[in-house]
Design a protein around this ligand. Structure first.
Ligand code: ATP
Length: 234
């Protein structure tokens, strides 16, 4: 089943055209990645899908049009974005961050928190610690847990590897792969093209607002053109 279908999406900031007629889809159970350089328009694309910036075009989620819905209505339907920079509450403890993320959900809070701690024992060890004092990797785990505690149907991740040490980046990608294997569809945006493609089913390339590709991620990994432009440092 089609989880997300985006057609001819456009985002502009005044005269800057950040996303140009972008079309992409994510099927149920898929892990799809959008790779591309800094400033290519990847964040603008994700923010538009979740309803955080003005956009034109068609967005269908779970077979229904969501184009006219506000961000909170889109989130209620199971679309979740973990933004770049994590957006956790720095002065609150790990536990409080999870409690706040669960507000309004109908599931059992204690069971959900137990589930988070099972996946991330490190967060349990630090449950009373203020979030701002966690390491970058731990903060990213917390941000991810805040999204997962609501059981999204589609998890969208904006540069989860940003600012993390290489060893932690590898762990982060493993975790994303596991989350997807457990049944959550994932749309991942990354500059770290090689690593992201190595865990994805399909990939798109974003270049100055224009999206291309959409094919098998393994084939993209072999693409010489991408090697030169995007795999150099990763
Ligand atoms: P990054 O890796 O830095 O997040 P990106 O690929 O996600 O890059 P965007 O952040 O979507 O790219 O930016 C796309 C273009 O739109 C860039 O030229 C950027 O400068 C511009 N832009 C982004 N946000 C705004 C804004 N709020 N106002 C004006 N221009 C913006």
């Amino acid at each position: 089943m089609r989880m997300l279908e985006v057609q001819d999406l456009n985002v502009r900031y005044g005269v800057v055209r950040a996303v140009l007629d972008a079309s992409l889809h994510v099927d149920e159970g898929e892990l799809v990645v959008v790779v591309g350089a800094n400033g290519a328009g990847k964040s603008s694309l994700l923010r538009a899908v979740v309803g955080l910036n003005k956009h034109r075009g068609q967005i269908e989620f779970g077979g229904r049009q969501i184009t006219g819905l506000r961000a909170e209505q889109r989130v209620k339907r199971g679309l979740t974005l973990v933004p770049e920079g994590r957006h956790i509450f720095g002065r609150m403890s790990v536990l409080e961050n999870l409690q706040v993320a669960h507000w309004g959900a109908t599931t059992n809070l204690a069971a959900e928190i137990a589930g988070v701690f099972e996946r991330f024992p490190r967060l349990e060890e630090r449950k009373h610690q203020t979030a701002a004092t966690l390491s970058g990797g731990e903060q990213q785990m917390l941000a991810l847990s805040r999204a997962l505690i609501r059981h999204p149907r589609l998890l969208m991740l904006d540069e989860p590897s940003m600012g993390l040490a290489p060893k932690i980046v590898a762990q982060m990608f493993e975790i994303i792969e596991e989350i997807n294997a457990a049944g959550t569809s994932v749309l991942l945006i990354e500059q770290n093209a090689r690593m992201a493609l190595s865990i994805a089913h399909r990939g798109y390339l974003m270049e100055t607002g224009t999206l291309s590709g959409g094919g098998d991620a393994r084939v993209m990994l072999e693409d010489e053109r991408l090697h030169e432009a995007y795999f150099g440092k990763s």
